[in-house]
Design a protein around this ligand. Sequence first.
Ligand SMILES: C[S@@+](CC[C@H](N)C(=O)[O-])C[C@H]1O[C@@H](n2cnc3c(N)ncnc32)[C@H](O)[C@@H]1O
Length: 224
Amino acid sequence: MPLTVGPSAPIHTFKRRGGRITGGQADARARLWPAYGVEVDVDGPVLDLESLFGRRAPVVLEIGFGMGEATAAMAAAQPEIDVLAVDVHTPGQGALLRLVEWEALTNVRVADGDALALLDHQLGDGSLAEVRAFFPDPWPKRRHWKRRLVGPRFAALVAQRLAPGGRLHVATDWPHYAEQVRRVLAASEVFDLDQPVPWRAQTRFEAQAVAAGRAVHDVVALRR
Ligand SMILES: C[S@@+](CC[C@H](N)C(=O)[O-])C[C@H]1O[C@@H](n2cnc3c(N)ncnc32)[C@H](O)[C@@H]1O
């Protein structure tokens, strides 16, 4: 099932940021990980999403949830949907797990590791109803553009893991990145671009962008 697209040596789309983990985040991560955590493992089996969530429901993969406020808000507002949220940032995993506990959310699972590896090795074809990437790291310098999450390899993986009719929703405050997303999806020939933008919660990075006067671009595409 793993799809090998592009170079075999992965290019990381993230910088491992330090960022101290607070006592509350560390405690939540330690206590709640056994019930809600998923380790990204390139040698691991393909996830059985029904047993992971304990029911059959549409599954959304959210990539790069940061501190998880928007993830929790959307999961609370959309109880009919299951959310598999992946990030490499440990304090954020603790923060999201705290929100899961506070708000008694049963439809969130938190994965630790590289979303590209998760998509490539641990998710089945057609298993996802939606993929969300809200404010992915912009990598503004030209020499770093290859590190951007949304590129041809990502588009090919997402196309394979989304069910027909499934949605890809990317939001960014970098116009050049939004243009790149559109170009990549248009070139893949399995996505219909310029779909209506569904409701989503405002994210932490988005609030900062808006406060700084930057425009937000939502790119929404459906897999044919
Ligand atoms: C700019 S932050 C945005 C966070 C949040 N979505 C928001 O809007 O506030 C991007 C996040 O994506 C995560 N990230 C980047 N590449 C990733 C990858 N390949 N797999 C998992 N997480 C990734 C980073 O660790 C970071 O938390």
